[in-house]
Design a protein around this ligand. Structure first.
Ligand code: NAD
Ligand code: ZN
Length: 357
């Protein structure tokens, strides 16, 4: 079948391409008609830089991994889905056999096949096949856009779980991009009493406040750590955050987050910057028993993310600022790249009108 797809060929070269997809299915897979696909910072990066760390675009690759679809056909061994079901697609399918997979931390599987991480094709296209057990059926009242947003929301679930956010937590979130904002939603849903975000961009903090943040701190680039720390102290009314979730990847922000976290607290590093070697106050954190943890995507988080959305505890819709059709994906990527008009989440509609199906 003909399959219009958004393909990055090499650095700076993004095109719409008519590919073909065979209809035959592995017994445990489903064929999906794609519905909504959100653009992630990593999709933009594979286009503008041609690589992220050691993952290099060496052959044309379909982008997209924040997605929902409608089941067209199921493999012979699939029993929990049927044609017509709407699903959210968890984009990383691990090997299921290694020690990480068996131990439940399948996000660490060295053989994971993750949509739009080279060389694996993503799903910003019309039709796509995926492992059925990594597809989550959406209840009628959860929209296709919300289904697509379960992907970034799952990053928030994993980060807040790793942080141990719980009832009464006071949470500092550094960075109010899409990932900072999903962490805000999840921290609140997990019972945090006070959530404060930082950003360089006043507009993004306004969005955070409209999504339920208790405070927002505008950081100026030239600001010293001491000045920023004083603002955080004031926002937290003299106390310190018990949990810090770093969602910028900026060295100065990581430094600030480490210094700001209450002794005995936890800081989770979500943001990833260009260099792994940073000048940060390790011993200050060590002697104050501030635990520093990292995350890599998520594992076992889609069901919780779906419950949060279905129950109304996390309203992810506010993240969406721009909408485009699949044919106009290049315009969508331009909007996501420049952040023009306050772009936060750019959403692409892949579903064709019924009459031309
Ligand atoms: P984004 O670029 O849209 O948002 C980052 C925000 O941080 C921006 O609003 C920016 O203004 C702000 N910022 C930059 N420097 C700052 C500073 N010094 N102080 C305060 N704010 C500052 O990106 P995003 O999509 O929200 O993703 C955030 C980060 O999370 C990225 O580094 C991304 O690679 C990473 N990420 C990691 C994982 C993981 O599994 N670890 C998963 C998804 C995303
Ligand atoms: Zn594995």
């Amino acid at each position: 079948m003909e399959n219009l797809s958004c393909v990055v060929f090499t650095k700076g070269d993004l095109r719409m391409e008519k590919r073909t997809l065979e209809e035959d299915l592995d017994p445990h897979d489903v064929l999906l008609e794609m519905q909504k696909v959100g653009i992630c910072g990593s999709d933009v990066h594979y286009w503008t830089a041609g690589r992220i760390a050691n993952f290099v675009v060496e052959a044309p690759m379909v982008l997209g991994h924040e997605a929902s679809g409608r089941v067209v056909k199921v493999g012979s061994r699939v029993s929990h889905l049927k044609p017509g079901d709407r699903v959210a697609i968890e984009p990383g399918v691990p090997c299921r056999r290694c020690s990480y997979c068996v131990g439940g931390r399948y996000n660490l599987c060295p053989d994971i096949q993750f949509c739009a991480t080279p060389p694996v094709d993503g799903n910003l296209c019309q039709y796509y096949k995926h492992a059925a057990d990594f597809c989550f059926k959406l209840p009628d009242h959860v929209s296709d856009e919300e289904g697509a947003l379960l992907e970034p929301l799952s990053v928030g679930v994993h980060a807040c779980r790793r942080a141990g956010v719980t009832l009464g937590a006071r949470v500092l979130i550094c960075g109010a991009g899409p990932i900072g904002l999903v962490n805000l939603l999840v921290a609140k849903a997990m019972g945090a009493a006070f959530v404060c975000l930082t950003d360089l961009d006043e507009n993004r903090l306004q969005v955070a406040l409209s999504m339920g943040a208790d405070a927002g701190i505008t950081i100026a680039k030239e600001q010293t750590a001491d000045e920023a720390l004083a603002m955080i102290k004031e926002a937290f009314k003299g106390d310190s955050p018990t949990h810090t979730i770093e969602c910028t990847g900026a060295e100065s922000s990581i430094r600030l987050g480490m210094l700001a976290t209450k002794s005995g607290g936890v800081m989770v590093l979500v943001g990833v910057g260009p260099s792994s070697y940073l000048n940060v106050p390790v011993f200050d954190a060590a002697v104050r028993e501030v635990d520093i943890r990292g995350i890599f995507r998520y594992a076992n988080c889609y069901p919780t993310a779906l419950e949060f959305v279905a129950s109304g505890k996390c309203d992810v819709k506010k993240l969406i600022t721009h909408r485009f059709e699949l044919e106009d994906s290049l315009k969508a990527f331009e909007a996501a790249k420049t952040g023009a008009d306050g772009a936060i989440k750019v959403m692409i509609n892949c579903a064709r009108p019924t009459e031309v199906r």
